[in-house]
Design a protein around this ligand. Structure first.
Ligand code: BTN
Length: 318
């Protein structure tokens, strides 16, 4: 009902009476009144006049299903959305829904996560009203080995979406941290369930610090788009831009599932290349020169001893 009333109010040129809405939607006026109150609770400013009815004055900066679905031009990604004001972790919820057989493209969105998970077993702080905490369910017909490439593709689409919406110079720290002015503003946590012959599902968990006002001192490398751009951004604009761009890239990737078609775009955004980096791989730490990205999306480095190595995962600091 919330979606329907919202659509009517948004499309109305002027005030719309409770009676008109109840007729169009075939529900009681009391139910319209209740829905209006729900919308007000979500933060919509709705003017009401006893004679004329209701009119929307201001739409809040929220990422509910109805706000995200409006003008979302995709065929697959986000066609089904599950929104929570509060949840432990959108990745956990998405995994559960994927196990229950949900369709590919389903997106779980939360305004706040109580137990947000980061990579390498870390926590991901996900306060209310500030960021985009979302998980996307994919069922790509590729081999489990190829799934990490998909995360790189998503990182690239995300980086370009942020740049397009905010105008900020977003860059990628290999493999898929998005940084602005050298500070991390987004992270991706990919989880998957697979058998030898194929993938059952991939969960792409994406955290974007959009309007976070500050970070604890022990996280000097973390930031938000707001802190770097010195202005607040509309969360749904970034989310939708990402879904639309990633869908296009995902379809391209499925045609030929290698990173080949993306290397040029990725290298243009990657800050890890052509410099000395510190590699922390399986409890070993060494310095190497980052040279290129391979067709599998791995990092090619040359050690100080002149040995060429391919880095699959692990931590790289610039
Ligand atoms: C990283 O450590 O860089 C990855 C962070 C991923 C955080 C996102 S927020 C939405 C989704 N749900 C989670 O619990 N984690 C991911």
């Amino acid at each position: 009902m919330v979606n329907e009333v919202l659509t009517l109010l948004k499309n109305a040129e002027d005030y719309l009476s409770g009676e008109e809405m109840s007729k169009v939607l075939g529900v009681t006026r009391a139910s319209i009144w209740k829905t209006i109150n729900k919308l007000k609770e979500q933060g919509y400013t709705i003017e009401s006049s006893t004679r004329k009815g209701y009119r929307i004055k201001e739409v809040p900066n929220i990422i509910t299903k109805s706000e995200v679905l409006e003008e979302l031009h995709t065929q697959l990604l986000g066609r089904e959305i599950v929104y929570y004001e509060e949840i432990s972790s959108t990745n956990e919820e998405a995994k559960q829904l994927a196990r229950e057989g949900c369709q590919e493209g389903l997106v779980v969105i939360a305004d706040q996560q109580l137990l947000g998970k980061g990579r390498l077993g870390r926590n991901w702080s996900s306060p209310a009203g500030t960021g985009i905490w979302m998980s996307l369910v994919l069922r790509p017909p590729i081999l489990p080995l190829q799934a990490s490439t998909l995360t790189l593709v998503a990182g690239l689409s995300l980086c370009e979406a942020i740049e397009a919406v905010t105008g900020l110079e977003a860059r990628i720290k290999w493999p898929n941290d998005i940084v602005v002015n050298g500070k991390k503003v987004c992270g991706i946590l990919t989880e998957m369930s697979a058998e030898l012959e194929g993938i059952k599902y991939v969960i792409l968990g994406i955290g974007i610090n959009v309007n976070t006002p500050h970070f604890p001192e022990d996280l000097p490398y973390a930031s938000s788009l707001y802190l770097e751009g010195k202005q607040q951004y509309i969360r749904k604009d970034i989310l939708k831009e990402f879904l639309m761009r990633f869908e296009k890239d995902y379809f391209t990737y499925l045609e030929v599932p290698t990173f080949q078609n993306f290397i040029q775009r990725y290298e243009a955004k990657c800050i890890t290349l052509n410099k000395k980096v510190k590699i922390l791989a399986s409890s070993q730490e060494y310095v190497a020169y980052a040279k290129a990205i391979t067709e599998e999306g791995m990092l090619k480095v040359v050690t100080e001893q002149g040995e060429e190595k391919i880095i699959l995962a692990g931590e790289v600091s610039v």
